[in-house]
Design a protein around this ligand. Sequence first.
Ligand code: ASP
Length: 409
Amino acid sequence: MNILNSLLKIKLHWQILIAFILAIVFGIFLKDQVIYVSWMGDVFLRLLRMIVIPLILSSIISGLVNIGSEGSLGRLGLKTFGYYLTTSTFAIITGLLLVNIIKPGIGVDISSIYIDESISIERPRISEVLIQIVPDNIFYALANNEFLSVIFFAIIAGIFISKMDKKNNIVLSDFFNAVFELFMKITMFVIKLAPLGIFGLIVKVVAEQEDFVNMVTGLGAFMFTVLAGILIHSLITLPLITRFIGKARPFKHLSNVKTTLMTAFSTASSAAALPLNMKETNENSGVSHKITNFTIPIGTTINMDGTAIYISAVVMFIAQAQGVVMGIQEQILILITALMSSIGTAGVPMASLVIITIILEVLGLPLEMIALILPVDRILDMFRTATNVWGDSCGAVVIAKSEGEKTFV
Ligand code: ASP
């Protein structure tokens, strides 16, 4: 009891770190007992997912009705889209450059790697993905976690609420402000459970890693390429942008959002980390609700820097392993398709695989080859999700600064 009390008194990020280390030890040595604790991870994840959709809806609507003039909404929208598309482009270029230099796929023995012929992944066309942003049934979109459609509806609703007569305008604005406050309060409670949730999630991942040594030897060069890209983007590119364009202190901000990043890492879902990201970017780094409410939900869906690095690396890796030469034209095609298709992809585990199949199809490469990277997908998903979320949060800081806000970083 005393140990528990003292544990509860230490700062949250230390609790998470301890949970993390314990989870690795537990996962390695007590594989068979994992089910007794992994449920905590599932509950944590479900709690986060429970919050996300109402939070996106209410945060964007309450953000927009408070933004006021349409001019500033247009400006904010353009900045947000422009910023996120630019950083994703940088990420894809980083990924492409690294695979061209390291060439992880050359000489990979395809025959020795098990190819699951039964693999079947739904492959939407890019045009369909874009059209489906407009929901034909908002309740369906809400119930099925269709993020972009919900964002689209929320933007429309926010704009038109601010055009309503005073009486009804106040009713709806107050309602959505109140809903937003409610879900932020629930987020505060869920954050407290993060150490237990992260423990449960990591234990499971560690225990499920079958043949770690084999995996690292077979796909080591590929993993190295992806991780190098992620590190360069997260620790060099994004901090430079935050420093010189945002005029903010990137590493102070990094330390402010660490619970969010740890949650993204262990859940492998940027959507699940969204409530925490909004809270920490607002409370710890001082970005206003006006900016976080708008930029972070949008960033979570359209901005996936880690994923962008990963998909460009995977596609090139597969091409190299197949002995297909990718010229500059094909690589530009990869860049454009990766950018467009990542816009409609929700931040859930393994979402990249859908984008990868789209690009393989466009390039005429065999889809089954995706099985090559499946053994390392989950581990890399954790790193790329943390990068995705970090990119969203840096975006909020840079945009806030460009709007003249005084943040804490
Ligand atoms: N898991 C990632 C995310 O949630 C998406 C992906 O790359 O699969 O952001």
